[in-house]
Design a protein. Structure first.
Length: 445
């Protein structure tokens, strides 16, 4: 992978917001008798913090500055949220799925960013699930073109400069990136004028993925193994998490008087399902879903003691296959809400797996989760993988069903499965070591 960290500007890069912002500003100027400035003139302030823009346009006293800023924001909000550039959400989601750590550096004020984006903080709600840190105007003493906001994001990410790419649309973005000692990629779909000196120029958001992640055009043919791609489930397959996840569900049913038709064994049928679908099947009313999710997650945190444990030998198996040139993937029913509510034990893309995994598909990347084949089809499409040479390894009936519908082979992880006799599978390894032997054309080293 060429870059491990990608930091994005927001306006003009992810969001097509400059026309909205500048038309609102032009309205303010005209109200105040400034009829000489045009929309074209205002492009010079793209990427510049709002208070700096207003100051340079003559709003120098606190009273005039506040009046103009309040009206500017009101007129922006009247126009509604700006659209996301086509393909941008897919690109950000795929970068995350490939292990790239993502940040945001914006000239938006924190309050304005929250009002416009609708997320829990600076980051807009559409991309919030994928972003690790956000830096807004006011987080540093100086904004872009100073390097300070990008340097703060790098510090928060624990990033290395030579492994970091900043993507923006304006000259201030380029100047800030180069002053921070990182490469700059120009989002040409949002650039209002000429921006010269970019290290890379992207015509479409998908170009970012191709450069950053080094997407392979076709699967490899590995003569030592039956498969070129091996995709793993997380819970019950790589991680010994079902005991506390399903234990928490059993405890929850007891608290709500819902055990009449259930047993500790029967609730295992929910293994591999997203939390929201499980609660719906159990008959939890829509108005009680959020409260019940929070209760379940609190029980998971309590039972797991905040620690996630891999099954013995699973990490070694992943490392071995990766070292042999097998492309490794993840397809999990974990989603962003689970990660937020549960904490470290619910992370969609665990840190220890990042060096080996080419693509991680979580439940929020596709419209339908397992047992739909969509997560596995997403993996096949994004990696241009051959279904006949792709294996999915899981522990539940939902995993086997998803594999069958996607047209790929399935291996039942006997070391984690609670329903071995009921799941159709080509392979039934009892240990990660046995899995390697089963899919090897010749005996592994």
């Amino acid at each position: 992978m060429r870059f491990d960290f990608v930091i994005f500007d927001l306006d003009g890069t992810i969001y097509d917001s400059l026309p909205v912002a500048m038309s609102a500003l032009l309205r303010v100027l005209m109200e105040d008798g400034n009829n000489t400035v045009t929309m074209s003139d205002l492009q010079a302030w793209a990427g510049v913090p709002g208070h700096v823009t207003l100051s340079e346009l003559g709003y120098r006293t606190p009273e005039r500055m506040k009046s103009a800023a309040d009206r500017w924001l009101r007129y922006v909000l009247e126009q509604g949220s700006a659209p996301v550039f086509p393909g941008m959400l897919d690109a950000v989601g795929e970068l995350f799925a490939r292990g790239v750590r993502i940040g945001i550096v914006t000239s938006r004020d924190k309050k304005i960013a929250h009002l416009l984006g609708g997320g829990s903080g600076v980051c807009p709600k559409e991309i919030e699930p994928y972003v690790e840190t956000s830096v807004a105007s006011g987080d540093t003493e100086k904004g872009k073109p100073s390097p300070d906001p990008i340097l703060l994001a790098i510090e928060r990410l624990g990033a290395e400069n030579d492994k970091t790419l900043y993507i923006g649309d304006a000259p201030t973005d380029l100047a800030a990136a180069h002053a921070a000692g990182v490469r700059f990629g120009l989002a040409s779909w949002g650039a209002a004028g000429e921006v010269s000196g970019a290290d890379y120029e992207f015509k479409t958001p998908s170009d970012i993925v191709a450069l950053v992640a080094g997407v392979q055009e076709r699967p490899r043919q590995n003569p030592e193994f039956l498969y070129d791609d091996v995709v793993f489930d997380l819970d019950g397959t790589l991680y010994d998490s079902l005991s506390y996840c399903m234990g928490a569900l059993w405890e929850l049913l007891g608290r709500h008087g819902m055990r009449e038709n259930e047993t500790p064994e029967s609730v295992m049928r929910f293994a591999g399902m997203p939390l929201s679908r499980t609660l719906a099947i159990l008959g939890i009313s829509p108005e009680k879903v959020e409260e019940t999710e929070n209760e379940w997650c609190a029980l998971v945190r309590e039972l797991s003691q905040g620690r996630s444990r891999m099954f013995e030998g699973t990490l070694d198996a992943v490392k071995y296959l990766h070292g042999k040139g097998i492309r490794i993937g993840l397809a999990t029913s974990r989603d962003w809400s689970w990660e937020v509510l549960v904490g470290p034990v619910g992370i969609r893309f665990p840190e220890e797996l990042r060096p080996y995994v080419s693509l991680a598909v979580s439940a929020d990347l596709t419209e339908r989760p397992k047992p739909s084949p969509d997560p596995l089809l997403y993996y096949l499409r994004k990696n241009n993988a051959d279904p006949k040479r792709t294996l999915y390894v899981g522990d539940a009936a939902t995993d086997g069903e998803a594999s069958e519908k996607a047209g790929i082979d399935f291996a039942l992880a006997g070391w984690g499965s609670r329903e071995p006799g009921e799941v159709r599978a080509r392979f039934r390894p009892s240990s990660p070591e046995e899995l390697i032997r089963m899919i090897s054309v010749r005996k592994p080293d």
